[in-house]
Design a protein around this ligand. Structure first.
Ligand code: SF4
Length: 401
């Protein structure tokens, strides 16, 4: 079988919550960690036989903060993955980490059990900005963690940065990007801060705190895209940049609509034509897996031919973009109306074409929700035009009056 499978394992623990975070993660739950390890190991054992015949070429341990789970538990988890799944020899095995919990002994242990990619939550080089959103680390811990990662022979290092933080301006953003470049990571993920409903940051904004606005974020983004390009990084997704050969193979699976299976509360899977997720509740997940109760939250069968909208939404996040013949072959839909709209985007500087593929430019990425939304509306109309005559011919529509 040509196509390979990805595995995602969610570690829903953090030392404390950052003010902007709406990921599913809980502070102060050390007492549940051993049971959580047992539950995920049991879940892996139960799921692996369903993937017989598939090779796994990416494993991603995310969170939360996986590194607070500790070296012993992470090692046990990865051994279980290796025991139960058929991993390729060159599998990309990523672990997320936060600087304050990524010491040399832990990173050495992760490397020995096969972790070959580290994704480190740097976020900013300015200690004041980190403190302003209650991150627990400072910049000197970032440099310490990078040194420890290199000593542990981790050759694929990614740093996360955030633009639009409270108190951040163009100048301090530039300092953060330059500081990140000086650490020579192979990969960078740079996200614009979003105020998620119900987070402490949302409360602060409601009480009148002013954050860098959309225009300021847009300036930070466009400057960063230029700077990283100049430094030899290739943008391959709205927020992701890599030295040649260091794109995240796991995250590309999400954007390319490839299959993956997830483990843990809130984790999603896309396997066997079915998209499903597990309950976003640690205790219900653990008791469900260990005690035999229900753990599925949502589940939907989505045949490949019905994934046209996903194709547009996910592929247009990437610089690989979309292509007429791929689209016609996969979904039997007319590409012309989309192309007309894309030509309009091209005139505005939002889209471009290379080797017959359409992709959004950095200026287009800034307004991608609007652009993709308009393409989806066009696609919906084209789908109706294709299916209505067929349904009429098959007598499956009531006669119009
Ligand atoms: S460390 Fe990450 S997952 Fe944990 S609270 Fe902060 S942003 Fe959320």
């Amino acid at each position: 079988m040509g196509e390979k499978l990805g595995i995602y394992i969610h570690i829903p623990f953090c030392r404390a919550k950052c003010d902007y975070c709406d990921f599913y993660s809980l502070p102060d739950r050390e007492s549940v960690m051993d049971d959580y390890l047992k539950a995920v190991a049991a879940h892996i054992k139960e799921t692996a036989p369903l993937t017989r015949g598939w090779q796994v070429d990416t494993v991603y341990i995310g969170g939360g903060t996986p590194t607070v789970f500790g070296a012993k538990r992470l090692t046990a988890l990865l051994r279980e993955v290796r025991r139960r799944f058929d991993l390729t020899r060159d599998a990309e095995i990523t672990c997320e980490a936060n600087p304050e919990s990524a010491g040399a002994p832990l990173l050495g242990a992760l490397r020995r059990v096969g972790v070959n990619r580290l994704s480190l939550g740097m976020q900013s080089a300015c200690d004041g900005e980190l403190a302003a959103v209650h991150r627990l680390h400072n910049f000197s811990e970032v440099t310490g963690a990078v040194t420890a990662a290199r000593k542990a022979r981790i050759k694929n290092l990614s740093l996360d940065l955030i633009y639009g933080l409270p108190g951040q301006d163009q100048e301090s953003w530039r300092r953060s990007v330059e500081a990140a470049l000086a650490l020579r990571p192979e990969h960078l993920s740079c996200y614009g801060l979003k105020v998620e409903p119900g987070t402490p940051l949302d409360g602060r904004v409601t009480r009148g705190e002013v954050l860098p606005d959309d225009d300021a974020q847009a300036d930070m983004y466009l400057w960063m895209v230029d700077r990283l390009t100049q430094a030899g990084y290739v943008q391959y997704e709205i927020s992701n940049f890599a030295k040649p050969g260091f794109q995240s193979r796991h995250n590309l699976k999400y954007w390319m609509g490839r299959p993956y299976v997830g483990f843990g509360p809130g984790a999603h899977s896309d396997f066997g034509g079915r998209r499903y997720s597990f309950v976003r509740n640690l205790d219900r997940y653990v008791s469900g897996i260990l005690g035999g109760g229900p753990v599925i939250d949502e589940s939907e069968l989505i045949p490949r031919r019905e994934r046209g909208s996903e194709y547009l939404m996910l592929r247009l996040r990437t610089t690989r973009g979309i292509e007429e013949w791929e689209y016609r072959r996969e979904f039997s839909l007319n590409f012309d109306p989309l192309e007309q709209k894309l030509e309009e985007y091209e005139r505005q500087g939002w889209a471009a074409r290379r080797d017959r593929r359409w992709y959004l430019t950095p200026k287009g990425f800034l307004v991608s929700n609007q652009l993709i939304g308009d393409l989806l509306t066009i696609q919906e109309a084209a789908t109706l035009q294709t299916t209505l005559p067929r349904l009429r011919a098959e007598g499956k529509l009531l006669k119009e009056k």
